[in-house]
Design a protein around this ligand. Structure first.
Ligand code: ZN
Length: 239
């Protein structure tokens, strides 16, 4: 459908809902149903309150990401890369499903970080989540850094935290290198992720949106597809 051009892709929560990972802002979203849950994703509240951290770790211990499997939407993007047509896969998701599906880690730009690692907010040490989950299972409610005793948090970008500048630079470069920009399963309400659409548009590139709900960029899009992502992507990319 979009021909042989090179594609930059931005994905959001919508591509992972078919893998059993709930989104945040959709009709059935985590924050739509429980706005108070947003406190768990606020860096100031997280640092200030042991209770917030205990609650956040409870959620992490049972996070669907540990057992979720990629779906046909993720696999379509692997095939796009295999055909040499993908300049970059920028994602707002932290679930790691693109890499689990087989996308090359060097092409996946995780703007909002990953739940598969844990950072110490004090000394900056990073360890795999798999090293920390057993501590929770053995009864620790708010595990501390084993080196400096500091506060640990999943390596995701919370409200109030900055994005990794290098990751954002790579996302912009992938957008600039593409002939077409495709936003998949994202409400395009969070910046700077959504701003990649502005970069693509300012360079005169077609913008294609695949999302169940309307987005603020619909009027500027060349094509809008609101059909299910898993069945839409193979046809969109002529796979
Ligand atoms: Zn530390």
């Amino acid at each position: 459908m979009i021909g042989a051009g090179r594609v930059a892709v931005l994905t959001g929560a919508g591509i992972s809902t078919a893998s059993g990972i709930p989104d945040f802002r959709g009709p059935q979203g985590v924050w739509t149903k429980n706005p108070a849950a947003q406190a768990l994703f606020d860096i100031d509240e997280y640092v200030a309150s042991r209770q917030v951290r205990v609650e956040a770790w409870k959620h992490r211990l049972s996070a669907p990401a540990w057992t979720a499997e990629p779906n046909a939407g993720h696999l379509a993007l692997v095939e796009l890369e295999r055909q040499g047509r993908l300049t970059g896969l920028v994602t707002q998701n932290v679930d790691g499903l693109h890499q689990k599906a087989g996308s090359s880690p060097e092409l996946v730009h995780e703007l909002h970080g990953t739940v598969w690692y844990v950072d110490c907010l004090d000394c900056g040490r990073r360890v795999p989540m798999a090293d920390v989950l057993p501590r929770l299972e053995s009864g620790e409610e708010d595990p501390a850094c084993e080196v400096c005793g500091g506060v640990l948090k999943s390596a995701t970008v919370s409200f109030g935290q900055s994005l990794d500048r290098a990751v954002l630079d790579r996302a912009v470069a992938a957008t600039e290198a593409a002939d077409v920009f495709v936003a998949i399963g994202t409400s395009l309400q969070v910046y700077p992720a959504a701003g990649l659409c502005d970069i693509a548009l300012s360079l005169g590139k077609p913008l294609i949106i695949v999302n169940a709900e309307p987005t603020p960029y619909d009027e500027q899009a060349t094509t809008i597809l609101s059909t299910p992502i898993e069945t839409t992507l193979p046809a969109l990319f002529d796979l």
